[in-house]
Design a protein around this ligand. Sequence first.
Ligand SMILES: [Zn+2]
Length: 345
Amino acid sequence: MLVMADAGSVVIHRRALERIHLDDEDGSVALLLRLLREGRRTGSELADALAAKGFAASEEDIDAALAQFDDWRLLERAGDDDTLRPEVRRRHESNLRFYDVTSSLEVSSADQHRRVAAARVLLLGAGGVGSGVLQSMVGLGVGHVTLVDFDVVETKNLARQFAYGLATIGERKVDAAKAWADSYSGGTAVEPVHGRVASAADVRELAEGHDLVVCAIDSPDDIQLMVNEACFELGIPYVVGGLAYSTLCYWSVEPGVSPCRRCLQLHRNDEGPLPDTLFERATVNRATGPIVQLLAGFVSMEAMRYLRRTEPPVAAACYHVVELADGMATERHAWQRHPECELCE
Ligand SMILES: [Zn+2]
């Protein structure tokens, strides 16, 4: 953020393409911003400091100005990073500076870190997207991740699953991923579960006691509806990421707030059955390392919106699509509640 002032106006350069212009004929706005920049002051101390420079402002005026500045996310609680232990602060410095973008007087960057550190995430899948999401969760300091997968590490995985290495070939992915997480920074407790998810009841049992579910598996075929049903029952949001043909896609559902995956299914059913299949090219996952990292990044960002609760999810009931074969074109397709969805009534 950059704040500029010249005769009669203040310009707040908040983001690359966004400037806020404020009229400031008498220079009082610039002075107030300068006083805030200096450090910790109460409303009445600010009023006194302004009065000392010849500006009469009531505490109500100051409160209104502070509320507006806070709304623009210009303010932070002075020294709030110090509420974290020094080693935590050092380890998460760049995460905290990212949280500054959405921090306010009510929820500081340190508060956001504490929310993340207290969170429990169920991660279904330790393949390309799942292991990438795990790496992001560990870097961000998510407190607990329950990781579910039935696979073992194979040589072919090393093209795009960067949590594994030659030394882990033949190991269960959940064990190898846990070992990676423990050795990386030790801040995330990873609970490995070696097994398949085959029903909504399986998902429900696994998801109990978690704050968020991330689904990074594509089998069985109706896994998304299973996750949807289980998460609705438990009232837990979930995020899904996957690749279909050359299309990278992610979305999320917040039970009780957004339309759900079953709503989408009912809309699709309304469109009638698909024509008979003539033939289908064998399903191949064409994702290279950069592609799964990109997708894992999008999924992790959405997951963090649910965990930090300082900005709304961007993909709730909304397919976010990146078309890899078409110049990385991006699209969004929101879906609506379906009147016959028994979960969303
Ligand atoms: Zn629904």
